[in-house]
Every structure is written in structure tokens, then in C-alpha cells.
Design a protein around this ligand. Structure first.
Ligand SMILES: [Zn+2]
Ligand SMILES: [Zn+2]
Length: 257
């Protein structure tokens, strides 16, 4: 299984893109920095987009993916919780701002086909078994536990705050892509917003180790460009507390599992 980070930040600049992972060239997890990262040919390979939640930084490239249609026309399946799909349709895809790609070019064969997910109920795409597992954010959100044909595993949290022991009980990933948004000094604010800091991550990973008996490879994403340098320092210190290197994800990082 090949996992590429297309977007590893929660802010967009010439060097940073919004959250998106690409699995085996065909499955996108979130659609932040999706189309800007891929040639048209690679965009046309995508069969499915799975959304962790409705926030704009995770969904906005659905519009450009819809717009960059194929010849002959093809359909991309867009999966999310019903609450997620409802907001994404109402505010992004309903046809007021641009075309309604869930009905275009044909109602019976649209560019984007919305498909609801149920927490803990797995789906299979391109041989990968994907389980949506609820996480703690400010709006209904899931992370995705992905198992390849050969049994290799990773988990992508999307956006999440503290209190993940319920999530940990349901997953056993080799690699954990997890958000880190704020600095340690912003702990209270981040807790309120449903995000993590390095110190909050340490607590969550201690829980993981206690429950599962190991720590996965950890790759931080959703990093703010405003304080990335400081976050890197705090993540290094957090890793020392755990006796485990905590990596910082970046656009273009590719992992073969
Ligand atoms: Zn969010
Ligand atoms: Zn976000």
C-alpha cells in the first residue's frame, strides 16, 4: 500500500497545502490540497474520496475535482457521515456557487456521488478495508483505519481533540497520521476547539500504549504554518517524553506499507 501526503497543514501557502492523503493512487482521505497536488491524469485515477468531517480545509477541493471532469465522464464516490455530506452538499455543492456536481453532467451518472458512512461499518475500496472510527472534534468527525490487501494498516485521524481512548480500542495501526494544530501554550483553546497540542498528544499516546501495548509510527499533520518551527521543537520534546520519535508530515512524503 502506498500512502502519499498531499496536504499536511491547516493553512495554505505556496509551500503548504490543506489536509489530504492519497492511498494507492485511487483513494483520497479528505480533499483539502487534492487537485492542486496532482496532474489531471492522476486526478482522473481517483475513484473515491472519504471525508473525515465537513470543515472547508478538508472538503474544498471536491469542487475542483468535480470541475476537472474526465473524458469519457466518470464518477467519483464521495463518502462521509450523513451529517458531513449534508453540510458539504448544502454549502459547497448545491449548485448556487458553481455547478452541482452531484447531478452533473447527468443525474443518473454524476461526477460526484455522495455515499453515507456509518461509524464502525467497514467499506472495501480497491482491496483496502476502511473502517470509519469516531474521533473528538467540534463537529461530527471520524478517522479512517485502513487495512491493505496484505494486512498492512494505518489510521488517519483527520481533526481531533483529546479523549481518544474509545477510538484506540477499535484500531491497531502500524502508522498513525494524527493532527497537531496548536502549541502547548494554547492547550485550553485547543481543547475547546477539538484540536491537539504536543503535550495533549503525549497523553493520548500514553493511553494508546497502555491499551494496545505498543506505539505506532506517529506522523503529525494539520500543522499551522504560523508556528510550525515552534511546533517542531515541542514535538521533539514530546517524543523524548515518550521515548519515541514523533515525525512531522510534509507534502510529498510517501510511505510504502
Ligand atoms: Zn476541523
Ligand atoms: Zn482542519
Amino acid at each position: 500500500m502506498k500512502i502519499e501526503i498531499l496536504g499536511a497543514h491547516n493553512s495554505e501557502t505556496d509551500k503548504a497545502r490543506l489536509p489530504c492523503l492519497l492511498v494507492d493512487d485511487v483513494i483520497a482521505l479528505d480533499a483539502g490540497g487534492l487537485t492542486a497536488s496532482l496532474s489531471l491524469q492522476r486526478q482522473h485515477q481517483i475513484t473515491s474520496v472519504l471525508l473525515t468531517h465537513h470543515h472547508f480545509d478538508h472538503t474544498r477541493d471536491l469542487v475542483t475535482l468535480g470541475s476537472n471532469d474526465t473524458q469519457p465522464p466518470s464518477t467519483v464516490d464521495v463518502y462521509g457521515l450523513p451529517e458531513t455530506l449534508e453540510v458539504v452538499y448544502k454549502y459547497l455543492l448545491d449548485g448556487k456557487m458553481y455547478k452541482d456536481y452531484t447531478h452533473w453532467p447527468k443525474v443518473e451518472a454524476p461526477r460526484l456521488l455522495l455515499k453515507p458512512l456509518e461509524p464502525y461499518r467497514h467499506i472495501v475500496i480497491a482491496g483496502c478495508v476502511i473502517i470509519p472510527v469516531p474521533v473528538n472534534h467540534s463537529v461530527p468527525s471520524v478517522g479512517f483505519h485502513v487495512t491493505s490487501r496484505s494486512g498492512r494498516t494505518f489510521f488517519y485521524t483527520g481533526d481531533t481533540g483529546s479523549g481518544l481512548s474509545g477510538c484506540w480500542e477499535n484500531i491497531s495501526p502500524e502508522v498513525l497520521f494524527i493532527e497537531i494544530t496548536g502549541l502547548n501554550s494554547m492547550g485550553d483553546a485547543m481543547r475547546g476547539l477539538g484540536h491537539l497540542t504536543p503535550d495533549l498528544l503525549v497523553e493520548e499516546l500514553k493511553q494508546f500504549q497502555k491499551l494496545k501495548g505498543y506505539l505506532p509510527r506517529v506522523i503529525a499533520a494539520h500543522v499551522s504554518t504560523l508556528w510550525e518551527d515552534k511546533l517542531r521543537v515541542e514535538l521533539t520534546e514530546a517524543g523524548q517524553k515518550l521515548g519515541k520519535e514523533l515525525e512531522v508530515g510534509y507534502e510529498g512524503l510517501t510511505i510504502e506499507l
